[in-house]
Design a protein around this ligand. Sequence first.
Ligand SMILES: Nc1ncnc2c1ncn2[C@@H]1O[C@H](COP(=O)(O)OP(=O)(O)OP(=O)(O)O)[C@@H](O)[C@H]1O
Ligand SMILES: [Mg+2]
Length: 374
Amino acid sequence: MKRKEIKDILLYDETLIKNDRVFDPEYTPDRFGFRDSQLQQLTYNLRRGIMGGNPVNSLILGPCGTGKTTSVKVVFEEVEQSSDKIVPVYINCQFNSTPFQVFAQIYKKVVGHLPPETGVPLARIQNEVMRKLQRENRCLVVALDDIDHLFYDKYANDILYDILRAHEKYPGVRTGVIGILSENEFRFILATKVHTVFHPSEIFFDPYTRSQTYEILRDRVLHGLVENVLTDELLSYITDLTIDAGDLRVGIELVYRSALEAEADGSRKILQEYVDRAHAAEARTIHLKRILQGLSPPEKALLKILAENQGEMPSKQVYTLFEDRTGHKLKKYNAVVGKLEALRLVDAPYVKKVGRSRRIILRYDENDIIRYLK
Ligand SMILES: Nc1ncnc2c1ncn2[C@@H]1O[C@H](COP(=O)(O)OP(=O)(O)OP(=O)(O)O)[C@@H](O)[C@H]1O
Ligand SMILES: [Mg+2]
């Protein structure tokens, strides 16, 4: 190795990533192209709510990574800036799937803080929300993202009914719902389950074409990476991998991880080998992401506790934090640990000491867990 090369590595303090927020799954891009007609339909459906009428309910449909969630967030941001006649509430049903959880989120937005966790009946929470809307003559619009999660516990109908029929109990109250669904087949389930209250106008999000995908990714590179780190040819290569995966998120993640691989190697440019390495890592985590998606809130809470504590802790400590955060007792805790063990997400060996104490050990990288649990 030449002396100059050694020096290069030693003095190398540059990063290839200019702004890593741009690669965050929650990031809303400044430029959100190719979705004008969907944004327009969504906005039209809400407009009547601003004019003092009832908003038109919407059902947003389309495959993964086609901008459904982002579109709702973009429109909600605009609504909030331009009128106080509508209260838009975004709810991710993966994390809020019971009527209480859903209404707690609505309450938080309308009243300004979360309701107390225990002892307050659902009806009282709903009453406070609806009375306040009535007094202020504001229209409530609730976006239920990944609404299929409400089907598992058969709450979908109750929740939609309580939101959409509120005017029967509280005259003058105006409400609307935006449902968001990734899987087309759920559309028919939804139609049979809640056909009496929810008559949505459907808005379709079709997959991005190859050139649209390329352009979106190029925009991310421009905002997120230092100039000239990634060639057009390699971006084109990443685009192909993204199209194969059928989810734009894969491409965004690949750009980011390739840059990290290059950095770790002390390279100032992203080379194909880094993309391939990132791609292989991505393939490994796809499995993890799928499992995480199907977990219940207490199961996710436990993983998060471990991830926040270097991935390993005595069971006793995990339980204390778990009880604090979820309110669940030992029986539930043991059941959750058992399930996470069965899914091979954690190990829970007994340690040779007094009594039967266990350690809970995460089997995956804690940063990955935190990232994908978001
Ligand atoms: N037109 C676009 N321009 C820029 N970025 C986009 C565009 N569409 C989607 N994205 C980005 O792709 C990622 C996925 O988008 P989003 O979460 O909105 O998809 P989705 O349709 O809700 O997916 P899912 O069905 O999996 O929930 C996000 O990082 C988002 O910023
Ligand atoms: Mg989404």
